[in-house]
Design a protein around this ligand. Structure first.
Ligand code: RB5
Length: 158
């Protein structure tokens, strides 16, 4: 089964977003790539990092995509924003081990990275690695992820 992957960024991450987008369009593990912007010419405040993170999270929540890779200056803003959406687990990771564990331990649907933090070639490599991991719902990690879902359900019910 191939993945549907969203690529997004604010203005501080657009160069890396466009490069990883091009990489994933050539990746046989990826069936569909959705570019939610920004585009280089965008200067609109509605493309600031919170809008991009929330939009990606909502698309995954609504079943329109499986995963997202998001960029901003640090990776932090888009992660914080996406994590506001119910059911979304987004993590900023700039090393191979954290990239692996974000999926295998934490079932993250979203990886975020910072264009002002790591080099382009490392970001491309980490994106490629991350796409290769699949969460195992029968693993010991599943019960811990379930705690998050239960907390969200309880919070939503008040
Ligand atoms: C630039 O707006 C910068 O603050 C942003 O890209 C990000 O690093 C925020 O988390």
């Amino acid at each position: 089964m191939t993945l549907r992957v969203i690529l997004g960024s604010d203005e501080a991450g657009v160069d890396y977003k466009d490069q990883v987008l091009a990489d994933l369009r050539q990746d046989p593990r990826v069936g569909k790539v959705v570019d939610i912007g920004v585009n280089r010419a965008d200067e609109d405040f509605t493309k600031a990092y919170p809008y991009i993170g929330i939009a990606a999270g909502e698309m995954i929540r609504d079943g329109l995509a499986d995963r997202a890779i998001l960029f901003c200056g640090t990776g932090l803003g888009v992660a914080i924003s996406a994590n506001k959406v119910e059911g979304i687990r987004a993590a900023t990771a700039h090393d191979s081990f954290s990239v692996e564990r974000s999926v295998l331990s934490n079932a993250c649907q979203i990886l975020t990275m910072g264009q002002r933090v790591i080099g382009l070639e490392l970001a491309r490599r980490l994106a490629k690695e991350w796409i290769g991991y699949t969460f195992d719902p029968t693993s010991a990690s599943a019960a811990k992820v379930q705690v998050l879902a239960e907390f969200e359900g309880a919070a939503a019910r008040g």
